[in-house]
Design a protein around this ligand. Structure first.
Ligand SMILES: CSCCC(=O)C(=O)COP(=O)(O)O
Ligand SMILES: [Zn+2]
Length: 262
């Protein structure tokens, strides 16, 4: 750890003399879609979008019986596959723990999306658009009646959001295929209060997931957003669509336009 900045370095990617272990096989693959490669790649991309700046934010992938997690408090855009933690989903035991590092503090939140929504990937961003939306909605500046939710409709990009909170292949009660939201549908994302420590968000995030069965995301006041999907592609495209809608909403608010319909 750097004594001045408190920043944790990434020993595995920098220590070329470190002896390989059997568990390293869980994170070494030439397949670019392997979760250890994909998390590193996504975090580099998300850094350019301002989503994982200053070590905040992250992403986790469920891959067969395993969960892939990034280390905590590191420069997310510099991570390498060898920096990844691997957890056995059934037992919650770590099958691979890189030396010195700690697993992401978001781990209980990612697990909430995997267990309660059968998600295959969960993305956490510290996007400023997400934070601003929580400030505007939290103060009831668009509609004082709707303080605990970000609600928007009749914007084309809403069609990028799944109706059933995770996979668009899901079937609702009565056999209706859920699919994505339509132009005239209202998208609602719940907003929960932040806590001093990321892991303490678990209870309220789980409650929001239960209370809002149609949502694919939860906003955290003055903090960011958690977004999930049935797989990496859906989680990523939903995170992109949401960030677009958050930015649009903030710009509409600045122009004095209403995005909340009465
Ligand atoms: C400046 S980041 C504070 C912690 C946080 O909100 C976050 O998302 C990052 O957590 P991690 O443990 O994955 O680094
Ligand atoms: Zn965070």
């Amino acid at each position: 750890m750097d004594a001045e900045t408190g920043e944790i370095t990434l020993p595995s990617s920098q220590d070329s003399n470190r002896a390989a272990t059997n568990a390293d096989a869980l994170v070494i693959s030439t397949d670019l879609d392997h979760p250890a490669n994909r998390i590193s790649e996504l975090c580099r991309l998300f850094y350019t979008l301002g989503w994982v700046t200053g070590t905040g934010g992250g992403v986790s992938i469920r891959y067969g019986p395993h969960i892939y997690l990034a280390p905590s408090g590191v420069q997310k855009e510099r991570m390498q596959p060898l920096d990844m933690f691997v957890m056995d989903y059934a037992t919650r035991q770590y099958l691979r723990r890189p030396p010195v590092l700690k697993p992401s503090a978001c781990t209980p939140l990612f697990l909430a999306a995997f267990t309660r929504r059968n998600a295959g990937c969960c993305i956490h961003t510290h996007s400023q658009w997400a934070v601003l939306v929580t400030l505007i909605c939290g103060a009831g500046l668009q509609n004082p009646q709707k303080k605990g939710v970000f609600e928007i409709k009749e914007i084309e990009q809403i069609k990028g959001i799944s109706r059933g909170g995770s996979g668009s292949d899901e079937i609702a009660e009565g056999g209706r295929k859920l699919g994505n939201l339509g132009f005239h549908d209202t998208m609602r994302i719940p907003i929960i209060d932040n806590t001093a420590h990321e892991e303490d968000l678990r209870e309220t995030l789980e409650k929001a997931i239960e209370e809002w069965p149609e949502t694919c995301a939860v906003l955290v006041k003055r903090h960011g957003v958690y977004v999930w999907g049935k797989d990496v592609a859906q989680a990523k495209t939903q995170a992109e669509s949401l960030d677009y809608l958050f930015q649009l909403a903030v710009e509409m608010h600045k122009l004095g336009l209403k995005w909340v319909h009465e």
